[in-house]
Write a protein that binds this ligand. Structure first.
Ligand code: XUL
Length: 546
C-alpha cells in the first residue's frame, strides 16, 4: 500500500537567494525552511545582490548557471535531511520578467542526465546566451517605444497586454537581444522565464509559463490568456516558436524527472506544478487568491503593492500591471524598483542598524516638518523615472540622519498610496510581507499613511510559502480536498506572534488634510518629472497648517 505523502515543497528563486520551504498539511505547519544567499555561496560569479551590472548602469543580468548550482545544492541538502522522499508535490516561485535563452539541444540534454553527476556540469552547454537579463534591467527604452508604436499607442498596449511597454518586461528585453545579436537570437530554440526555467529543471522537460508570470512580458493578451500575435510580431521575428506554452491557473505538469528522483531521493511520483512569479506566488502565500478586500505590500528587494481582482474592468492605469493568478483570474500590481535598496542606502549612509531605523520612525513625528525626499537611487518604474537621482525638498539636508530616515520611508509609502489609488476593491486592511515587514517603524508608517490596520505574519517569505501552498492545493484538489486557497495559507503563515499595527489618529490630518503631506509629495513628484511648479508654496501651506 502506498502511503499518502502530505508534505509540499516551495522553491523561491529570488533576486538575491534561493529559498526552500516545506509545509506539512497534517501537522499544519512549516516544517523546514532554508535559504542560500547567492553572493555569499557563489562568490566566483561576482554578483552583488545576486546580479551582475554592466558598464551601462541600466543593464542588469544574472548568470543562470548560478541558479542551477543553487538548485542542485539546496536539493542535495534536502535529500541529506531525508526530506525529499516525503514530498508529494513541488512548486516554483521566481523573480519575474527575467529571461533565459536555451539552445536546441537543451531538452535532449535535460532528458538524459546522469544522476551520478552534478547538475551544472551536464547542463552547461544548454544556454544560447550566457546571461539572463533580470527585472532590474531598464535598458530597452527604445524597444519599449517601438513596441508601443506598433501596438497603436500606450492605451492600446495597456488594454491588450495589461501593462504599458515596460523596460524590465520580457518582450522589450527579447526585442533588444534580437536587435543587438540577431545571430544568437536565431540560435535560441527556447526562451524561458525564470519560473519556467526552474520548473523545466525539475521536470526535465519544457515547462509552460503561467499567466501570473506570462502577463509580465508585454506579449500576452490578458483577456484570452494566450500569446498575442500582434504583440509577438511587434517584438521579434519567429518568436512564438521560441516561447513556452502559456497556461491559465495552476495545474500538475507531471512528475519530477528520473534525474531528480535518483539524485536527490524524491519519490518518483512527486508532482511538479506550474511555476509562477514571486508576486503571484505571494498572493497565494498570503491567502489572497479569491480575496480582493485585503491588499498586500511586499517589502523586498523591490517593493510591490498588489491585490486580487474579482473582475477585470476596462479601466486600467498605465502605471499598474495586470497579472494572472493561481485560480486563473487576475491581480493588479505596482512595482517600486528602489524598494529596500533605497532604505538600505540611507541606513548605511548614517551607519544605523535596522533597529535604529525602526526606532527613528517610531519616535519622530509624522510629516517630517514638510521635508521630503524622492529616493530614486535607481531608475524607477513607478512613477517612470529613467534618469535616477535623489532629490530633497523643504530644507531636507544630508546632515540630518533622522530626517532622512523618515523622508525615505514616508516617500516610499506615500508613493505607494498615491499610485495605488483606485486599484482593485477598497482595501479593508493591509498585509505586509517580505524582509521589511519585520520593521515595526515601517509598518507604522504604512498604517498611518494608508489609514488602515496593518498585519504581518510569522512566515515572512510569502513567495516560497505560496509555492508550497500552490503545490499543496493542486495536489489536494485532485485528492478531493475542498479547502480554499485562503484556508490552506492560513494553516502555515502564522498569525499568533505578529500583533496588528493601527493607524494613529493624529497622523491622518498630517497626510490627508487639505494641505497634507500627500499633496506636498505629489507636487514634488510632478516637479521632479517636469510636470508642475516647484513645491515651495505647497510646503509653506503644509507648515502653516501643521
Ligand atoms: C514585479 C517585479 C519584481 C520582481 C522581483 O513586476 O519586477 O517584484 O518580481 O523579484
Amino acid at each position: 500500500m502506498t502511503m499518502k505523502r502530505n508534505r509540499f515543497l516551495g522553491l523561491d528563486l529570488s533576486t538575491q537567494s534561493l529559498t526552500a520551504l516545506v509545509v506539512d498539511v497534517r501537522e499544519k505547519a512549516v516544517v523546514f525552511q532554508t535559504s542560500l544567499d547567492f553572493d555569499a555561496a557563489y562568490a566566483s560569479y561576482g554578483t552583488k545582490g545576486g546580479v551582475l551590472r554592466g558598464k551601462d548602469p541600466r543593464v542588469v543580468h544574472a548568470d543562470p548557471r548560478m541558479w542551477v548550482e543553487a538548485i542542485d545544492d539546496v536539493l542535495t541538502f534536502l535529500g541529506r535531511q531525508k526530506l525529499t522522499e516525503e514530498i508529494a508535490a513541488v512548486g516554483v516561485s521566481a523573480q519575474q520578467h527575467g529571461s533565459v535563452y536555451l539552445n536546441d539541444q537543451a531538452w535532449e540534454t535535460l532528458g538524459a542526465m546522469d544522476p551520478g553527476l552534478p547538475f551544472l556540469g551536464q547542463v552547461k552547454g544548454i544556454f544560447a546566451r550566457p546571461t539572463a537579463p533580470v527585472w532590474m534591467d531598464s535598458s530597452p527604452q527604445r524597444e519599449c517605444e517601438e513596441i508601443t508604436e506598433a501596438l497603436g499607442g500606450e492605451a492600446a498596449t495597456v488594454l491588450l497586454t495589461g501593462s504599458r511597454a515596460t523596460e524590465r518586461f520580457t518582450g522589450p528585453q527579447i526585442r533588444k537581444f534580437w536587435k543587438q545579436d540577431p545571430g544568437r537570437y536565431a540560435q535560441t530554440g527556447h526562451i524561458a522565464l525564470v519560473s519556467s526555467f526552474a520548473t523545466s529543471l525539475l521536470l526535465g522537460l519544457p515547462a509552460p509559463v503561467d499567466c501570473g508570470d506570462g502577463f509580465g512580458t508585454n506579449l500576452a493578451d490578458i483577456r484570452t490568456g494566450r500569446w498575442s500575435r500582434k504583440a509577438l510580431a511587434a517584438t521579434a521575428p519567429r518568436l512564438r516558436k521560441k516561447l513556452p506554452d502559456l497556461v491559465r491557473g495552476d495545474r500538475c505538469l507531471g512528475r519530477v524527472s528520473p534525474y531528480l528522483a535518483k539524485r536527490y531521493g524524491f519519490h518518483p511520483l512527486t508532482e511538479v506544478v506550474t511555476g509562477t512569479g514571486d508576486n503571484p506566488s505571494s498572493l497565494a502565500g498570503l491567502g489572497l487568491v479569491g480575496d480582493g478586500g485585503r491588499h498586500a505590500v511586499s517589502l523586498g528587494t523591490s517593493d510591490t503593492y498588489f491585490a486580487y481582482l474579482s473582475r477585470l474592468g476596462k479601466e486600467r492605469s498605465p502605471e499598474g500591471h495586470v497579472f494572472g493568478t493561481a485560480d486563473g483570474r487576475h491581480m493588479v500590481l505596482l512595482c517600486f524598483k528602489n524598494g529596500s535598496l533605497a532604505r538600505e542606502s540611507i541606513k548605511n549612509r548614517y551607519r544605523l542598524s535596522w533597529d535604529d531605523f525602526s526606532e527613528i520612525l517610531l519616535t519622530t513625528p509624522p510629516g517630517n516638518q514638510g521635508r521630503v525626499m524622492l529616493p530614486y537611487l535607481l531608475p524607477e518604474t513607478t512613477p517612470r523615472v529613467p534618469a535616477p537621482g535623489v532629490r530633497r525638498y523643504g530644507g531636507l539636508t544630508t546632515g540630518d540622519a533622522q530626517a532622512n530616515v523618515r523622508a525615505v520611508a514616508e516617500a516610499q509609502i506615500m508613493s505607494m498610496f498615491i499610485h495605488s489609488r483606485g486599484f482593485g476593491e477598497k482595501a479593508e486592511a493591509m498585509l505586509v510581507t517580505a524582509g521589511g515587514s519585520e520593521n515595526r517603524g515601517l509598518l507604522q508608517v504604512i498604517a498611518d499613511i494608508f489609514g488602515r490596520e496593518v498585519r504581518t505574519f510569522e512566515v515572512k517569505d510569502s513567495a516560497a510559502l505560496g509555492a508550497a501552498v500552490r503545490a499543496a492545493r493542486t495536489c489536494l484538489e485532485a485528492r478531493g480536498d475542498r479547502r480554499t486557497w485562503g484556508d490552506l495559507a492560513k494553516l502555515f503563515i502564522g498569525t499568533k506572534q505578529a500583533k496588528p499595527v493601527f493607524p494613529r489618529r493624529e497622523a491622518a490630518a498630517v497626510y490627508h488634510g487639505e494641505n497634507g503631506l500627500l499633496s506636498v509629495y505629489e507636487t514634488c513628484e510632478r516637479y521632479a518629472l517636469g510636470r508642475g511648479p516647484h513645491p515651495r508654496e505647497e510646503i509653506r501651506r503644509f507648515r502653516s497648517g501643521v
